[in-house]
Design a protein around this ligand. Structure first.
Ligand SMILES: C[S@@+](CC[C@H](N)C(=O)[O-])C[C@H]1O[C@@H](n2cnc3c(N)ncnc32)[C@H](O)[C@@H]1O
Length: 392
C-alpha cells in the first residue's frame, strides 16, 4: 500500500517545498488574482469581440471577417484587451516568481531529501540527453528554466518549482496538492473501455510518457500496485524530484530521462502506455513518431491512452480561438493551435492501432470500474478531458 498524502497544505508530502507565512500569503494572493482575472475580467473580452469589434469590422468592410486572426488584430488595439492580457501575463510571472523564491530558499534541503535511502523504484538520467527542439525553444508556460534547466549536482529545482506552482495554477481544480485528477481520469477511461484487461498483476507493465513530477503516474500506479510502473520525461531535475516525491509517498516507480519519440524499452513490453496533457507540448513532426513508438513498446493487445486538453478547435467561437492564440504568443505554448486542430484519432489509427475511439471522459478523483463516464459530450474545462485510446 502507498502512503496517504498529508492534509497539511504547507507540507502535503515531504518533497513539496514548504511555505513561510509570507510565502503562503503571497501564493494565495497569486491564486486569487488569477481566479479574479479569469472569472471577473476575462468573460468581458467575449462581449468586446461580439458586441464591438466584430460589428465594427463588419460595418467597415461590409463583410464578416474571414478569420479570428483578423479579429484578434483589431481586438489587440482595445484597451480592455490590453489590460486583460497584461494582467494575465503578469499573474503568470508572479506565480513562477513566488514559487521560485520559496524553492530557492530550501533547495539544498530538498536535494538532501531526494537522496532516498532503500528506494523501491529507480532513477536513470542520461548525461548525453538531447532535449527536443519543441521543448527547448521557449520556456513553456513561461516557467523560468523550462522543464529541463539543471542547477548544480543532484538537482531537483525544476521539479520543485513545477509542483509548487501547479498547486497555485490549478487552484484546487486538479486534485488539490496531489494534482492527480488527470491520472485518475486516465484510469476511469481504462475502466470504461478495457475493464476486461486487469493491470494489477505482477507481470503487468505501465508507462507514463511526459510524467513531469509524476502527478498522474502515481494516480495510475495506485490502481495496480503489483504492476511495474515506468515514467519518462526530458528533465533531470524534474525526474529526480518526481522519483523522490514518489518514494516519500510510498511508490516504487522507475523514472528515466528519455524522449518519447525513441525510447530504450524493448518491443512488446508494456500493457498500458499513457500520457496526460503531453501531446499539446510536442510538434506536428513528433506526434506520429510518438504514436509509432508507443505501438512498438506495447504488447500485442496492450492499451494506449492519451489524455488531452478538452477544447477542440471546431467547437470554439471567435473569442475562444483568440484566447488560444494568446497561449501561443504570450504563454509560450507554440503547439497549442496545432494540438487543437490535430486529428488524434486518425494519428493513432495511422500508427496501426485497432479499436480506436475519441471522446470526453468525466474528470474524477477516484476511478471506479463500471462507472463509465466516457462519451461525445464536452462538459466543460476541468469537468472532463479529451481522450484518444486504442489497442495494439
Ligand atoms: C504538461 S506536462 C505533463 C503533465 C503530466 N503528465 C501530468 O499529468 O501531471 C508535459 C510534459 O511532457 C514532457 N514532454 C514533452 N515532450 C516529450 C517527449 N518527447 N519525451 C518525453 N517527455 C516529453 C514535458 O517535458 C513535460 O514535462
Amino acid at each position: 500500500m502507498s502512503a496517504t498524502p498529508s492534509n497539511n497544505p504547507l507540507k502535503p508530502h515531504p518533497m513539496m517545498p514548504g511555505l513561510t507565512h509570507d510565502e503562503m500569503s503571497e501564493q494565495m494572493f497569486v491564486a486569487d488574482f488569477k481566479a479574479f482575472i479569469g472569472s471577473d475580467i476575462e468573460p468581458s473580452q467575449r462581449d468586446v469581440v461580439n458586441n464591438k469589434v466584430l460589428p465594427e469590422m463588419t460595418a467597415r468592410t461590409g463583410a464578416k471577417p474571414a478569420s479570428h486572426i483578423e479579429v484578434g488584430k483589431e481586438l489587440a488595439k482595445e484597451g480592455s484587451y490590453q489590460n486583460w492580457a497584461l494582467l494575465t501575463r503578469t499573474a503568470q510571472e508572479m506565480m513562477w516568481d513566488s514559487a521560485g523564491t520559496c524553492v530557492d530558499r530550501q533547495l539544498e534541503d530538498l536535494k538532501s531529501l531526494a537522496d532516498v535511502k532503500a528506494p523501491k523504484g529507480s532513477l536513470t538520467v542520461d548525461p548525453n540527453f538531447e532535449v527536443p527542439r519543441y521543448i527547448d525553444a521557449v520556456d513553456i508556460h513561461c516557467m523560468p528554466g523550462n522543464y529541463h534547466a539543471v542547477v548544480g549536482e543532484n538537482d531537483v529545482r525544476q521539479g520543485a518549482l513545477f509542483d509548487r506552482a501547479a498547486a497555485i495554477y490549478h487552484m484546487g481544480r486538479n486534485g488539490g496538492f496531489m494534482n492527480d485528477i488527470r491520472g485518475h481520469t486516465v484510469m476511469a477511461h481504462y475502466f470504461a473501455r478495457f475493464s476486461d484487461k486487469t493491470l494489477n498483476r505482477k507481470d503487468a507493465r505501465i508507462l507514463d510518457i511526459g510524467c513531469t513530477v509524476g502527478h498522474s503516474t502515481l494516480a495510475v500506479a495506485s490502481y495496480a500496485p503489483l504492476a511495474e510502473t515506468h515514467a519518462i520525461d526530458v528533465g533531470e531535475g524534474l525526474l529526480r524530484y518526481a522519483y523522490a516525491r514518489a518514494e516519500h509517498l510510498g511508490y516504487g516507480i522507475h523514472f528515466s530521462q528519455q524522449n518519447a519519440e525513441q525510447t530504450n524499452f524493448p518491443d512488446n513490453h508494456f500493457d498500458l502506455v499513457f500520457s496526460s496533457a503531453v501531446l499539446h507540448e510536442t510538434s506536428r513532426k513528433a506526434l506520429p513518431r510518438i504514436m509509432a513508438e508507443c505501438r512498438r513498446i506495447l504488447k500485442p493487445g496492450g492499451v494506449l491512452i492519451h489524455l488531452e486538453v478538452p477544447a477542440k478547435y471546431e467547437s470554439l467561437d471567435t473569442w475562444g480561438r483568440i484566447r488560444g492564440d494568446y497561449e501561443i504568443s504570450y504563454n509560450n505554448e507554440p503547439f497549442w493551435r496545432g494540438a487543437l486542430t490535430s486529428d488524434f484519432g486518425e494519428l493513432v489509427r495511422a500508427a496501426g492501432f485497432k479499436d480506436v475511439q475519441t471522446g470526453y471522459q468525466d474528470a474524477v478523483n477516484k476511478a471506479v470500474p463500471g462507472a463509465g463516464g466516457f462519451g461525445d459530450v464536452h462538459k466543460g474545462v476541468h469537468r472532463c478531458w479529451f481522450m484518444v485510446s486504442g489497442v495494439k
